[in-house]
Write a protein that binds this ligand. Structure first.
Ligand SMILES: [Zn+2]
Length: 439
């Protein structure tokens, strides 16, 4: 049955407007109608969104969904709670390097995901991982990943850059130079950031951007943590290099002071930096130097209440933030005046849709687009706490924070999958969204 969402303020054409959204049985937006028009004659289900802001669903292009202790089903349920409607799965090493592997991963995700999804190629750690990248591109994969912490030699990095140039797939890179990392002294609260210094990220970024410039390749800088990395990206953008960049809520909101309070809960690679980096990354986000905010969701292990927390050196680095990245960015970004609502929608939805070639269907509220929607109460304040079965909050450094703006509903292709209290769609509702490349 068709659906009419009325009485909400709808983000359309770069402003909040009083509109009703009409959605057909296929989950496609068929009309944005003046709120004053009488629609009582219309034969459709009606959803009242009075008091809510409605904006396009979040697209997280860097989330480890089926990896570690996380699964396609539980991971996308956590995403749905936080207003994310499409995820780009970041695979383990060598998981999606040819057509057959991509098909296996896609079919697995189709059985389990509650949100829509796309695939990332890779992760490339050997030369042979690049041999069938043409097939991966043909499969509709818009990006493939190189992980510099696996210490790939320079000639492999150059092959990867050239592969990006000739397939049109964006090369997404974890930028850290392994030779510049030290050994962590776990007895020092700041041992982790000291052993994982910003220069490792800066040097890796300079090297990769110079290669991308030379080859004319599209490249993407993963999880920017350091202000100097943002400066380098800005320089290469000005030179016309096709570089895009992402950061995460934890690099915007947390810094190394947290190691004294939270200990291993904030161990992630790259490491948290300084308060100055936080401020300059907000600036880079405002200025368009950083294009996208992602979670880099990674859940190494589920906490076991029966057992003590593992020692920091035994825990896998990573922060599992899917369910909170949009609420954090809304509350601490939009409500705190760091970024505009326009920028919020761009960095969470419109820009990632464009980068991944999904913008014909995703990333905006407009006639003909998929009805992927977040219905948010902008005034409701709430305290971050564990939500239960699919919640990742107990592993997160934000427990107890007070946020303004609560996701009352998440819709994927017109179907409500989260109602503010529970997930109400079965795992398997999610569809594969192939990327459309320019060449
Ligand atoms: Zn990652």
């Amino acid at each position: 049955m068709a659906l009419l969402i009325k009485n909400g303020k709808v983000w359309a054409e770069n402003e909040l407007r009083d509109l009703s959204i009409l959605i057909n049985e296929e989950g496609i937006i068929t009309g944005l109608l003046d709120a004053q028009i009488d629609m009582s004659e219309l034969d459709c289900e009606v959803m009242d969104a009075a008091g809510s802001w409605i904006f396009p669903g979040g697209i997280d292009i860097h989330a480890h969904i089926q990896d570690g202790a996380e699964t396609f089903c539980s991971g996308t349920r956590a995403a749905a709670r936080g207003g994310i409607t499409t995820v780009l799965d970041m695979p383990p090493f060598k998981t999606t390097t040819n057509r057959k592997q991509c098909l296996t991963r896609r079919e697995w995700a189709e059985r389990e995901c509650v949100t829509d999804f796309g695939l990332t190629g890779g992760i490339v750690i050997d030369r042979e991982d690049l041999f069938q990248m043409n097939e991966v591109a043909e499969f509709g994969v818009g990006q493939f990943k190189v992980f510099m912490l696996s210490d790939p030699p320079v000639d492999l990095l150059w092959e990867a850059v050239k592969t990006a140039a000739h397939t049109g797939m964006r090369l997404t890179v974890h930028m850290e130079e392994p030779a510049l990392l030290g050994k962590v002294n776990w007895d020092d609260p700041l041992g982790f950031p000291k052993a994982n210094p910003p220069v490792a990220e800066n040097v890796a970024t300079a090297k990769m951007l110079e290669m991308a410039r030379a080859a004319g390749a599209p490249i993407h800088v993963c999880h920017v943590s350091s202000a100097r990395t943002a400066e380098l990206i800005d320089i290469y953008k000005a030179w016309g290099t096709d570089v895009s960049a992402e950061t995460t809520p934890h690099y915007l909101l947390l810094n190394e002071e947290e190691f004294f309070v939270q200990g291993d809960r904030v161990v992630a690679t790259p490491a948290l930096r300084t308060k100055t980096d936080n401020e300059l990354l907000w600036q880079a986000l405002r200025d368009g130097v950083i294009d996208v905010v992602i979670s880099d969701h990674f859940l190494g292990a589920l906490p076991d209440p029966e057992k003590p927390r593992p020692a920091p050196q035994d825990a896998e680095p990573g922060i599992a933030g899917l369910e909170l990245s949009l609420p954090l960015l809304f509350s601490k970004g939009v409500k705190s005046g760091e970024i505009s609502m326009k920028r919020f929608v761009e960095v969470t939805s419109t820009a990632p849709a464009k980068l991944l070639g999904m913008d014909a269907r995703k990333g905006r509220i407009a006639t003909g687009a998929d009805a992927d929607l977040v219905i948010l109460d902008p005034l409701k304040t709430w305290r971050v706490k564990d939500f239960g079965s699919d919640s990742r909050v107990s592993t997160l450094p934000y427990e107890g924070w007070e946020l303004q703006g609560y996701v009352d509903a998440t819709l994927v292709r017109g179907r409500r999958i989260w109602n503010g209290k529970e997930i109400i769609a079965d795992c398997g509702w999610g569809e594969y969204i192939p990327a459309k490349r320019s060449h």
